[in-house]
Design a protein around this ligand. Structure first.
Ligand code: ZN
Ligand code: ZN
Length: 367
């Protein structure tokens, strides 16, 4: 990971954002910029350097992981230690009398209470401003190393579907299916799951986020399996919907409609199209089959160090896709009290279209 170049790019974006300093407190952003994986820390980025503040628990780890920032081990909150450092440094004089320096914070990730404490720790020596999402924007486009890590995560994550297929049968609880998948994930080297595994069977398949419950797999009906793992910091995400017992022609048609929508959206992915256009490609297929009203969520999301990150693949999203972006394509349709189907793959945007990273077999599996 070229952390040096990442911080440099961020520093060069500070003048345009009218910031003299930027305080990074969102841990995935911190990891992206300097490699630190601890659970408490703050990275102060100045126009000419960077300082990582953390506490004694992470003394050894910070020294091992971080090469491109000075490390300060403190006894108190890393965020406040960083603010106090700003208050006693000479940024004011360096500005040649242009008024108080501006300290950018990640407003989306900081509580109002912490923002107040940061402001008072600055003791009038700098102004606090919410910074634009500079790091989130940079993170949208993955470099080759990140794509490789995501590919590895997706490969391991996808293999859990085989466990689901072996475990799902009438009478088994959804939790037992999730447990078998999660045990396999950890056994294969995953650091953890990227979100609580969704196993939603029978009528529960209409719940978009139907986390695995004590409900038993019924003798007949869809089972939505949505699962992801974290490997070397990067997330995977995949959904497959299987059918237990004989699938009626109506069920097959419903599944086929969602699959057609998913394939249309994948076919629409290429550099230059907007996220909204990809969403529309899926939605239009379902609209033609009079199922659009059952597709009640967005088509996908970026993924990387976090399971949900920019860009959002949804109606009204003007963000254009660029080569190197990694997004999910996951349309679904849900009829409350009856059933639901979702199919999800991870794709990387390439120079001419996209590459699907998840295995492509998507014909309806009947168990
Ligand atoms: Zn997803
Ligand atoms: Zn998912």
């Amino acid at each position: 990971m070229d952390h040096v170049a990442r911080v440099r790019r961020l520093q060069s974006a500070l003048p345009e954002a009218k910031l003299d300093l930027l305080l990074i407190t969102h841990l995935p952003n911190l990891r992206y910029l300097c490699g630190f994986t601890g659970s408490a820390g703050a990275l102060l980025v100045c126009r000419d350097g960077a300082v990582l503040f953390t506490d004694g628990r992470y003394k050894t780890q910070a020294r091992e992981e971080v090469r491109n920032a000075r490390i300060v081990i403190g006894k108190q909150s890393a965020v406040l230690a960083a603010a106090e450092r700003v208050a006693v440094s000479d940024h004011d004089t360096k500005r040649g009398g242009r008024g108080l320096p501006a300290l950018g914070i990640e407003g989306e990730w900081m509580s109002a209470g912490m923002r107040d404490r940061v402001a008072s720790a600055l003791r009038g020596k700098a102004r606090v401003r919410s910074a634009p999402p500079l790091v989130e924007r940079a993170r949208m486009v993955k470099d080759a190393e990140e794509v490789r890590l995501i590919r590895n995560a997706v490969e391991l994550g996808a293999s859990l579907f085989a466990v689901a297929r072996q475990t799902i049968e009438p009478g088994v609880s959804e939790l037992a299916v999730a447990a078998a998948m999660e045990y396999e994930a950890r056994s294969q080297g995953a650091e953890g799951m990227s979100f609580p595994t969704i196993i939603a069977s029978g009528e529960r398949s209409a719940m978009i986020h139907g986390r695995a419950s004590e409900a038993r797999i019924p003798r007949r009906g869809f089972v939505v399996c949505d699962f992801g793992i974290i490997l070397a910091g990067y997330c995977s995400d995949r959904t497959r919907t299987v059918h237990v017992g004989r699938a009626s022609s109506e069920a097959r048609e419903f599944y086929g409609a969602v699959l057609a929508a998913q394939q249309a959206a994948i076919a629409a992915v290429r550099p230059g199209v907007t996220a909204s256009e990809v969403d529309a490609a899926a939605r239009n297929v379902l609209r033609r089959r009079k199922l659009a009203r059952y597709f009640t969520h967005s088509t996908g999301h970026g993924l990387g160090l976090e399971i949900h990150e920019a860009p959002r693949v949804a109606d009204g999203q003007a963000q254009t896709l660029e080569a190197g972006m990694v997004i999910t394509i996951e349309p679904g349709a849900y009829v409350a009290g009856q059933w639901g189907v979702r199919i999800e793959d991870v794709v990387v945007v390439t120079a001419s279209g996209c590459e699907v990273l998840t295995p492509a077999d998507k014909q309806l599996v009947v168990i």
